[in-house]
Design a protein around this ligand. Structure first.
Ligand code: FDM
Ligand code: MG
Length: 216
């Protein structure tokens, strides 16, 4: 189990298909919360580590890897950061993260792997206090800038990933909040902030629930 502390930071993860607005909304939330407490914004894959640079090559179609091996590398790329995420949270820093283990499971399920295999390596990671899921229809996402450069950015894949994100087993045990990307950015960001405020009230100073383990 992760060490606990009385006034830890909030751990918020943004998930969704490619081009669904995760980066925009996660950065806006980080900026918002940053006015009152330290915030760390991060994203997965973290392309800066040796494992991350291999994943970067894979996603840019410069390297091929088996689907199971790549799944484990994405998970390892999170484990590289797990202790520092827990440390930051326990020192009162909010951690806002663009993609996490839910992307790991959803994309690999879309590639044909089963949920149990996909969740096993990520079991025990720091569990987020809130997942903001940006729902977008694949056809709409395909209209956005630069679509199609990344390995998984094609309609059939995105449709499968979208279905996998809706599996109850994938969402089990975490507070999950769905957003409709067709609404304006302002409306969605206001709701993101509300959801974060509510999560913060649940895990605020003095009442902080211990940092939990994902899918444990
Ligand atoms: N991706 C991301 C996975 O397949 N598994 C994972 O565990 C994670 C974190 O990597 F296609 C995929 C999802 C997406 C790509 O693209 C990352 P962005 O645009 O950097 O989020
Ligand atoms: Mg993308």
């Amino acid at each position: 189990p992760w060490p606990t502390c009385g006034s830890r930071g909030l751990f918020v993860v943004f998930e969704g298909l490619d081009r669904s607005g995760k980066s925009t909304h996660s950065k806006l939330l980080a900026e918002h919360l940053g006015s009152e407490a330290p915030v760390r914004w991060m994203c997965f894959p973290d392309r800066s580590s040796p494992i991350g640079s291999l994943l970067d090559l894979y996603l840019r179609k410069q390297a091929s890897l088996s689907i199971s091996a790549v799944h484990l590398l994405f998970s390892a790329n999170r484990w590289e950061q797990a202790a520092s995420i827990a440390e930051d949270l326990n020192s009162g820093t909010h951690v806002i993260c663009d993609r996490y283990a839910f992307s790991g499971a959803a994309y690999s399920i879309a590639n044909g792997l089963d949920l149990g295999f996909c969740q096993a390596p990520d079991r025990g990671l720091p569990a987020p206090d809130l997942v903001c899921f940006m729902r977008v229809c694949p056809e709409e996402a395909a209209q956005r800038e630069d679509y199609g450069l990344s390995r998984y950015e094609y309609p059939e894949m995105q449709a499968k990933v979208g279905k996998a994100f809706d599996l109850p087993g994938l969402r089990a045990g975490v507070a999950w909040h769905d957003f409709d990307s067709r609404r304006s950015q302002e409306v969605n960001q206001a709701e993101v902030r509300d959801a974060a405020r509510q999560a913060l009230a649940r895990s605020g100073p003095g009442t902080a629930p211990p940092l939990r383990q994902l899918w444990a």
